[in-house]
Design a protein around this ligand. Structure first.
Ligand code: PBG
Length: 349
């Protein structure tokens, strides 16, 4: 056979790594950590094998474990000791994330990113205070009687998160995180104008140098299920589709992300990652900013579940998933696989 083109020439052992287009480093990863004010012991998260909620007293130890694998950055999520309709514990000076951030940033070299959202702090589990007319109907506080069926179905036109009231809370949260020493602020609530509001508040409080990583294209995804158990942030009724994006939409992601760019976002995130690699790739083409992708709890849980059954080889599928996310155009990857994959990379596997 006289073939001119034989792509297999470049797939031989000696040359494969020379022509490899994508490589992963432990420094590409951000490890999510759950700090829980309701416990004084580490509590395993059942649907996310290998992950735990840790008390504030264990926060430094937890971060040191991450750093030992070569991963340099962590994303902190908090589970507060109490919840209310407004989520006031989210900006408390002695709040769980504020306290953990103070300790971690003073005792370790970790780069600390804080998730700025209200869903773990509100008693109804939505990402901001509910609109006035609803709270009026319910007599001041919770979910209105009669709109929340036992099946959890609620008609979205009878309730909503109050966008502009939420912005005021997000400003307070972000500022309190920065005051506690957070290196970067990551708003995840998908409120209109959130990046601009937070940028303004940080600048005014003297934190001009603290960057914002916006969860810029965050979809209303069923892949967040295990996280909502882990962080106790499931909406007690309804869903988040009136603020998070419709999984059907790709062009809308560009418009949504453009707004965050105009408002001063420093890093642009797509979430989830694997089912949305087209969006990662679109953003990589459209914007020069660093692109982050969040390989979410459900993406982690499904590989673990299949591996437990012996149907997939965990280390291999984890590595291939993260490599694909990077190949699609992500510079930073938030992933629950951060530690195990980083260890594998360092061991040269
Ligand atoms: C909201 C938030 C969520 C996740 C990160 N930040 C949950 C949600 O929007 O319901 C999900 C992360 C994951 O699934 O790993 N603060």
């Amino acid at each position: 056979m006289d073939l001119t083109h034989r792509p297999r020439r470049l797939r031989q052992d000696g040359i494969r790594s020379l022509v490899s287009e994508t490589s992963l480093e432990p420094s590409d990863f951000i490890a999510p950590i759950f700090v829980d004010a309701t416990t004084d012991e580490r509590v395993p998260i059942e649907s996310m094998p290998g992950h735990e909620r840790v008390p504030v007293d264990e926060a430094i130890a937890r971060v040191e474990e991450v750093r030992e694998t070569g991963v340099e950055a962590v994303m902190l999520f908090g589970i507060p000791e109490s919840k209310d309709p407004e989520g006031t514990r989210a900006w408390a000076e002695d709040g769980v994330v504020q306290e953990a951030t103070r300790r971690i940033t003073s005792e370790t070299d970790a780069y600390v990113i804080t998730d700025v959202c209200l869903c773990e702090y509100t008693d109804h589990g939505h990402c901001g205070p509910l609109a006035e007319e609803l709270r009026g109907e319910s007599g001041g506080g919770g979910v209105p009687e009669g709109t929340c069926g036992h099946d959890g179905a609620v008609s979205t036109d009878t309730m909503t998160v109050d966008n502009d009231a939420t912005l005021e809370s997000l400003e307070k949260i972000a500022t309190s995180h920065a005051e506690s020493g957070a290196d970067m602020i990551a708003p995840s609530g998908m409120m209109d104008g959130m990046v601009g509001a937070i940028r303004g508040a940080l600048d005014e409080a003297g934190f001009k140098g603290v960057p914002i990583m916006s969860y810029a294209a965050k979809y209303e995804s069923a892949f967040y299920g295990p996280f909502r158990d882990a962080a106790d942030g499931a909406p007690s009724f309804g869903n988040r589709r009136h603020y998070q994006m419709d999984p059907a939409n790709a062009r809308e992601a560009i418009r949504e992300v453009e707004l965050d760019v105009e408002q001063g976002a420093d890093v642009l995130m797509v979430k989830p990652a694997l089912p949305y690699l087209d969006i990662v790739s679109d953003l990589r083409r459209e914007f020069d900013h660093p692109i982050a992708a969040y390989n979410v709890s459900g993406e982690y849980a499904m590989l673990h579940a299949a591996a437990e059954k012996g149907w997939l080889e965990l280390d291999e599928v984890a590595l291939e998933s993260l490599l694909s996310i990077k190949r699609a155009g992500a510079d930073l990857i938030l992933t629950y696989f951060a530690e195990t994959v980083a260890e594998g990379l360092s061991a040269g596997s």
